[in-house]
Design a protein around this ligand. Structure first.
Ligand code: ZN
Ligand code: ZN
Length: 350
């Protein structure tokens, strides 16, 4: 361990300490000036405990039964879907006669936020939090999915609901990297940066290891037709720069961008052994409170706009957990901290 410290240039060591330190914690100081650099994990962490959410849900309901009132739907989300799609088409249209690189800048500065909001709305639809009927939610998910270039709303729904029921189960939880993926990427900053840049590609390669998830259905087919049809329309009607704008908005929304740190924030073991972490920073405003991940796992039937109220109703359950306040800082920590890798996850053994 001390060798690892000696090998690190002073600047990098300083940066790591800055990045690891002052995350708000419940009286637990993670970092100190001479803290040794932890070794890179060579495998996942393993737990025989049940996933942490069921027990907390029960305890919160017993102590604060009024949180049941927060369960419901937010049809307003449908108007946000229309707004996101309209804004993205409008910006793509504004860019259509500009040089190709303007698409990358606009995507990083604006498109990523719109595309990320689309992803959050797909997530709301996956939990049936927009309309009463399942079909209405699936259609709403497909509609907002058009801005994401690659169809994912319906398949995300299947994987994501399993992520809730089987958190940390390697055979069912698509949120866990595959073992080959974790081995390939390792813990170098270049590997992790490339992994974030190509995040959708790696996600798309996970299904073969997962059990009990139907690959093709009528809904998946509809999702493909609508999204690929939209892609073709953008390409032919607005041209390649407009299309690139959609591609990069999608890539940055979930990858190499402060917003991409959301995936790291949710379940990466930044303060082990805690397995789920919330983010309570400013970007929740444009990310529709998706940072409230502990709250969401505890009560997946509470829509995005009521999650802060859930935390406020049961503060003693959430303020005592570790949480993040900056996605930007977390992104840098994940990339540069050799102690974090795709193995920094809790896997559940039966
Ligand atoms: Zn999760
Ligand atoms: Zn969810």
């Amino acid at each position: 361990m001390s060798d690892a410290v000696a090998l690190l240039p002073a600047e990098r060591y300083f940066l790591l300490n800055v990045l690891r330190s002052p995350f708000p914690t419940n009286g637990f100081t993670f970092s100190s000036a001479r803290e040794p650099v932890m070794a890179a994990p060579a495998d996942f962490s393993y737990s025989t405990d049940p996933e942490p959410h069921k027990a907390r849900t029960k305890a919160i309901l017993a102590k604060h039964p009024e949180v049941r009132d927060l369960i419901g739907r937010t049809p307003l989300s449908f108007f946000l879907i229309l707004a996101v799609v309209t804004v993205q088409i409008l910006i793509a249209w504004l860019l259509h006669a500009q040089p190709w690189w303007t698409a990358i800048i606009a995507a990083w500065l604006i498109g990523a936020f719109a595309s990320h909001m689309a992803y959050v709305l797909i997530h709301e639809a996956a939990h049936n939090l927009i309309f009463r009927k399942k079909a209405g939610n699936m259609l709403a998910g497909i509609l907002v999915d058009v801005v994401n270039v690659v169809p994912s709303a319906i398949s995300f729904r299947s994987y994501h609901l399993k992520h809730h029921s089987y958190q940390g189960d390697y055979d069912y939880d698509a949120d866990l990297a595959s073992r080959w993926e974790a081995r390939l990427i390792g813990n170098s900053f270049l590997g992790k940066a490339l992994w974030l840049l190509f995040f959708p590609v790696f996600q798309a390669l996970r299904p073969p290891r997962l059990k009990n998830i139907p690959f093709l259905s009528g809904w998946v087919l509809l999702n493909w037709i609508v999204v690929f049809g939209f892609d073709a329309a953008v390409l032919f009607l607005l041209g390649p720069t407009a299309f690139l704008y959609f591609v990069f908005s999608f890539a940055f929304a979930i990858g190499l961008h402060p917003l991409g740190a959301r995936w790291i924030q949710e379940h990466y073991l930044t303060y082990p052994p805690q397995e789920t972490y919330s983010y309570y920073g400013i970007l929740n405003t444009v990310a529709l409170n998706v940072g409230y991940h502990n709250e969401h796992h505890d009560f997946p039937s509470v829509p995005w706009n009521r999650l802060p109220q859930l935390k406020a109703t049961a503060p003693e359950f959430y303020n005592t957990l570790h949480y993040h306040t900056s996605w930007g800082k977390l992104l840098l920590r994940f990339i540069f901290d050799p102690a974090l890798s795709l193995y920094s996850r809790m896997v559940r053994t039966k």
